[in-house]
Design a protein around this ligand. Structure first.
Ligand SMILES: Cc1cc2nc3c(=O)[nH]c(=O)nc-3n(C[C@H](O)[C@H](O)[C@H](O)COP(=O)(O)O)c2cc1C
Length: 226
């Protein structure tokens, strides 16, 4: 498993990458990813599935229009249909995104630009594919997104604001969000944090992603959430 320090470094190194080289995933990398996915599936009850050398889900005009090129590897984010699915996929999927980054891969969360019916992922009755995470060796490492000011997305009723909270907010702002909306609010209340999505498509998935980045960047765990 990837250690916390490597995951924290991956928060700053990660940017969305949509164009990949022809290089197939190395076998040790596949093994490490499969191990991480199995651990996440055991703990979360979700059914993330690694698809390797599978060109069909991304081989069509919407993907190309969305500037995706050569996506042959991805994680299908599958889980039980229900109100908690989006946030859970975001929270656990972001751990896989950061793990992939630490293993030398690039990635992009993809909610829209793929064909659900073309993926061979196993989707049992009562489950759905919430989204995918494209993976591979990027043609480039991507670039940083426009980041909101911490004051736009956070509040603290503790003075002075503890540095772990500031670090967490910094990590949260580096998280990928749908169309880079960063519609979130992190409020420190005593020694715990309230996290809210403030609207927008896929904002529940964003919230899960942001919570994961916050936890890793602040050194806290799930117990931090109010
Ligand atoms: C839930 C979610 C869904 C996304 N869906 C798409 C998508 O369908 N197509 C796409 O090109 N990018 C998609 N993205 C990538 C975002 O546009 C990207 O994360 C955002 O612009 C921030 O840039 P960064 O990831 O480089 O930091 C998605 C991101 C998230 C978090």
């Amino acid at each position: 498993m990837i250690n916390q320090q490597a995951l924290a470094a991956a928060i700053s190194e990660r940017h969305s990458v949509r164009q990949f080289t022809d290089k197939p995933l190395e076998s040790q990398t596949i093994e490490a990813l499969q191990e991480a996915i199995a651990a996440v599936n055991r703990e979360s009850g979700l059914s993330f599935q690694l698809m390797t050398d599978e060109p069909n889900a991304f081989n069509y005009f919407v993907a190309r229009y969305g500037s995706f090129r050569n996506v042959r590897n991805y994680i299908a984010c599958v889980g039980p249909e229900g109100p908690g699915l989006q946030e859970a996929v975001g929270y656990w999927g972001q751990l896989l995104v950061l793990t992939a980054q630490a293993l030398g891969l690039n990635s992009c969360w993809v909610a829209l630009s793929f064909r659900r019916r073309k993926t061979p992922a196993v989707v049992e009755k009562g489950q759905k594919i919430a989204c995918t995470i494209a993976l591979g060796y990027g043609e480039n490492p991507g670039k940083g997104h426009k980041v909101k000011a911490a004051s736009q997305v956070s509040a603290s009723d503790v003075q002075p604001t503890p540095s772990w909270f500031e670090e967490g907010v910094r990590g949260a702002l580096l998280a990928p969000t749908a169309v880079n909306q960063q519609k979130l609010l992190l409020a420190l209340k005593g020694d715990r944090v309230e996290a809210k999505a403030t609207g927008g498509a896929y904002c529940e998935m964003d919230l899960g992603i942001v919570k994961r980045n916050f936890e890793i960047a602040s050194g806290k765990d799930h117990a931090i959430w109010l």
